[in-house]
Design a protein around this ligand. Structure first.
Ligand code: ATP
Length: 232
């Protein structure tokens, strides 16, 4: 379980997160929704300790994550901008990341094959980043993040640049990856995908998190709820 205890964050005079207290429970896929600039990325960066000058605490199974060495943080963050070595093929990048994470070569080869199949990357594994499309790069980016074993994964806009077939591929990956011990938090504007995969919706609005069961709000209501904060 991840507990947010009175999390606030301002940039200058602008308060983006306003005393959020919330519990993310294991076994769930959460869809994080909010208008542009609502603070979704800010919240994910606080969870990853990329942003540290905030108020309040984040607890993981009761322990304050501020006490954990940032290199040993037991969370994986997969951003929307692939950061790849231009002179390594997709396979080489993945082997390198496995090596950094002290995954044995045998285990690495198995994991890489599995992810390449799951994310429909098999034909691109020996290509350099400059030779593949943006949607393929995004799936390589996701595969690299998924090499790290964790019970907590955060995704920022995972469906960005994907065609409808590959959106299905990534949705399926989330569902296959679901487990009773795992928390997945997906920040996205793709309401169709979130509806397909999420157990809970979290709407970030006016610096607060509101939780909804999918199915209790239709598309119009979600859009209205998100849009209302433009008027406030
Ligand atoms: N480093 C920064 N300095 C100043 N303001 C910032 C900084 N980072 C973010 N902001 C502001 O904080 C607000 C929240 O930004 P954030 O990127 O968290 O929103 P978001 O919900 O992820 O938006 P989007 O849906 O557009 O990706 C925005 O108004 C943004 O301009």
């Amino acid at each position: 379980m991840i507990q947010l205890d009175s999390i606030s964050k301002s940039y200058g005079d602008k308060k983006v997160l306003n005393g959020i207290t919330f519990e993310f429970r294991t076994g769930n896929i959460y869809g994080l929704i909010g208008r542009n600039g609502a603070g979704k990325t800010t919240l994910l960066k606080i969870l990853m300790r990329i942003i540290r000058n905030h108020e309040g605490n984040v607890l993981f199974h009761g322990d304050n994550i501020n006490t954990v060495d940032i290199l040993n943080l037991p969370f994986v963050f997969i951003g929307d901008t692939p950061v790849l070595y231009q002179d390594l093929t997709a396979r080489e990048q993945m082997l390198f990341i496995c090596k950094l994470n002290k995954i044995s070569k045998e285990e690495a080869i198995k994991k890489i094959q599995h992810l390449a199949k799951q994310l429909k990357l098999e034909e691109y594994m020996d290509y350099y980043p400059r030779s593949v499309s943006r949607g393929t790069l995004q799936r390589i980016n996701i595969a690299i993040g998924m090499l790290r074993e964790s019970n907590v994964y955060f995704f920022d806009e995972p469906f960005i640049t994907l065609d409808p077939v590959q959106v299905d591929t990534v949705e399926q990956m989330f569902l296959n990856h679901k487990s009773t011990t795992r928390i997945q938090i997906i920040s996205s504007h793709d309401l169709d995908s979130l509806e397909t995969i999420c157990d809970k919706y979290l709407i970030l609005k006016d610096g607060q998190l509101l939780e909804f069961e999918p199915g209790t709000l239709d598309r119009k209501q979600i859009t209205k709820l998100i849009g209302d904060s433009y008027d406030s």
